[in-house]
Write a protein that binds this ligand. Structure first.
Ligand code: FAD
Length: 276
């Protein structure tokens, strides 16, 4: 069996404390030998410098580091300048997104969808970057219909993406169905499931509400019943997410992309339990 490729997602820290903590997290996760690490990007360029600094810091340690880049609220010139900066620093892997416009932020920018950003990256930089795009097994919350969302997913892959990472989910069947449906639309790139370790009930419910990921009722009820007992939440979350990963691996998922939220413990425990 082909070994499972791991990747870890981080966000750019805002303080020296955060930078130090992320270095510790990285050191703890590196023995798992990720294929790449990725660093998120705030829409409209709000974390532009932080994303660049974090990516370069990781690349310096020999990691394949992939910045996320979102097009919403940005001009083509802004995006071109960011791509040039990555190219001149030898970065060859990127996660291309539309992003979400923060409330109160005015203009949408020159590119409206991730598919347009992928085309732009290819037109500007040819084959320099390995381009990842986002997929939504439970459908993007703003999508007109599941069918339309799948067609849009296929469109952005065909615009030139090399692989995809999904939004997190806890229903494995949603992922299996999504992959099957995408294959029927001619998508033949790897679709790597995004994995969200469970460590905090209220945060999980808030994130899930925003991004349209369903927390199954039985999981939410159990987590809620633990109240402030963080150890019980952690132990139950570990069981649920490890079982999910095992199902995904057994069914042939090409890799696992962990949303680490800049912490190592939960991701590390899940990978250890899976003997990865
Ligand atoms: P798109 O693929 O453009 O889709 C957005 C919506 O538009 C969907 O409903 C789609 O169906 C619809 N659509 C697409 N094309 C068309 C079209 N031609 N006509 C009509 N409708 C269309 N956000 C950040 O701000 N920073 C990050 O670093 C970040 N990283 C992420 C990483 C991953 C792996 C994932 C899954 C999400 C990430 N996000 C990030 C969140 C993401 O930006 C949001 O989910 C955003 O709302 C959609 O981005 P997208 O690239 O999927 O958009």
């Amino acid at each position: 069996m082909k070994p499972i490729e791991l990747s870890f997602e981080f966000f750019p820290p805002k303080t020296q404390d955060g930078i130090d903590k992320l270095r510790v997290t990285r050191a703890e996760l590196m023995p798992l030998k990720p294929k790449f690490v990725s660093v998120t990007f705030g829409a409209g360029g709000s974390t532009q410098q932080g994303t660049l600094d974090t990516v370069l810091d990781m690349a310096k340690d020999g990691l394949e580091a992939a910045p996320h880049l979102s097009c919403i609220g940005s001009s083509k010139n802004d995006l071109r300048a960011i791509l040039d900066q990555y190219r001149s620093n030898g970065i060859r892997h990127i996660v291309a997104l539309r992003g979400d416009l923060p409330s109160g932020m005015g203009s949408v920018g020159e590119l409206r969808y991730a598919s347009e950003l992928v085309s732009f990256i290819r037109a500007e930089t040819g084959d320099w970057f390995h381009v990842e795009v986002a997929g939504y097994p439970e459908y993007h919350p703003q999508s007109r219909s599941p069918k339309h969302d799948l067609e849009n997913f296929a469109r952005k892959v065909k615009a030139g993406a090399n692989s995809a990472i999904t939004q997190y989910f806890f229903n494995a069947d949603a992922y299996f169905r999504f992959v099957d449906d995408a294959r029927k639309l001619g998508v033949d790139v790897p679709i790597v499931p995004g994995i969200m370790p469970i460590t905090n009930f209220s945060q999980l419910m808030r994130f899930s509400e925003m991004c349209g990921a369903e927390v199954p009722r039985w999981v939410a009820r159990r987590l809620e019943s633990f109240g402030d007992d963080r150890e019980a939440i952690r132990a139950f979350g570990l069981d649920v997410v490890t079982d999910l990963c095992r199902r995904l691996i057994d069914a042939g998922a090409p890799g696992l992309h962990f949303y680490t939220l800049n912490g190592a413990a939960a991701t590390k425990s899940i990978c250890e339990r899976l003997a990865l």
